[in-house]
Write a protein that binds this ligand. Structure first.
Ligand code: C2E
Ligand code: MG
Ligand code: MG
Ligand code: MG
Length: 282
């Protein structure tokens, strides 16, 4: 016992450990002020359809930190989830995206654009999540059918029946659902097929290995086939090369997102991109 205590004591005073704890506390503290101080930014990454037209964008959050510069979501979303701050942050993202949809609605060149919003597990699990989305749509005046919510496998399978109920309530309004990072979870396919999804999103880890690793190319084909048999859309994320795009198109996936088309960019740049490269040709 003395030995265990000793080891714990050593660990406790490990300076690296101590530094990590301090950094985390600082980040947590900064994160708490970030919303009030308007430090979050939304970046837009175009989603492209078969004919090369823009169908919309995924909105991806960044944190413009006063000292650290632009902080990527991988560095603060997990912490925000742990502390619960993700609830307020997620609501801000949703509201900001819906406000943008409402602005575009008055612009014939942009009124068709959809926005895909990432929803964290903790956010979706809230008892009043459906009411929150409903309220944001009402407040902003955004069209529900321009909004797509991205869920992840793990959260959807948390409580399947409740997930289905919530999804159906929102779908009745016109909101769409995409299963993000599809293929990476450990979920059973039979559960997944029960979910009222509009879209599967092939994870970029598989897309990256098209032409490199045979099994991943096969997984991509399998996911596309699944979407087809479920009668829903399939989009690929992380498309970086024309070879990847062509493979996807050949196998029946004609919705794409990735650096090949554009990186995620601030609103002004996204709107420029729309005007220059993706002018509606209808
Ligand atoms: P995700 O939803 O799977 O988003 C895709 C990530 O892949 C984004 O990283 C995007 O910038 C990156 N990406 C897009 N195209 C390419 C490509 O061609 N190549 C490569 N290598 N990467 C590409 P990002 O922006 O760092 O976001 C990371 C994750 O953070 C997201 O993964 C999502 O899970 C989470 N996230 C982002 N914004 C939000 C948000 O508003 N709310 C929540 N809850 N999570 C968010
Ligand atoms: Mg996503
Ligand atoms: Mg994804
Ligand atoms: Mg991903």
């Amino acid at each position: 016992a003395a030995k265990t205590a000793g080891r714990n004591a050593v660990r406790f005073f490990d300076p690296r450990m101590q530094a990590a704890v301090t950094a985390r506390a600082a980040m947590e503290n900064d994160l708490r002020k970030a919303l009030a101080e308007d430090q979050f930014r939304l970046y837009y990454q175009v989603q492209v359809g078969q004919g090369g037209q823009a169908i919309g964008a995924e909105v991806l959050i960044r944190w413009q930190h006063p000292e650290r510069g632009l902080v990527m979501p991988g560095e603060f979303i997990p912490l925000a989830e742990e502390t619960g701050q993700i609830l307020a942050i997620g609501l801000w993202v949703l509201r900001t995206a819906c406000l943008q949809l409402r602005h575009w609605e008055d612009d014939p060149a942009r009124a068709h654009l959809q926005l895909a919003v990432n929803v964290s597990a903790r956010q979706f699990r809230q008892g009043d999540f459906v009411d929150q989305v409903f309220a944001v749509l009402n407040e902003t005046g955004a069209r529900a059918d321009r909004l797509k919510l991205e869920l992840t496998e793990s959260m959807a399978l948390d409580n399947v029946q409740q997930t289905i109920t919530k999804m159906n309530a929102l779908r009745a309004l016109g909101v769409g659902f995409s299963m993000d990072d599809f293929g990476t979870g450990q979920s059973s396919l039979s559960y997944l097929t029960r979910l009222p999804l509009d879209q599967l999103k092939i994870d970029q880890s598989f897309v990256r290995n098209i032409g490199i690793q045979e099994t991943d190319a096969l997984i991509v084909q399998t996911i596309i086939g699944m979407a087809q048999s479920l009668g829903i859309d399939v989009i690929a994320e992380g498309v970086e090369t024309t070879a990847q795009r062509e493979f996807l198109a050949q196998h029946g996936c004609s919705l794409w997102q990735g650096y090949l088309f554009s990186r995620p960019v601030p609103l002004e740049n996204f709107e420029q991109l729309m005007a220059q490269r993706y002018a509606a040709n209808g």
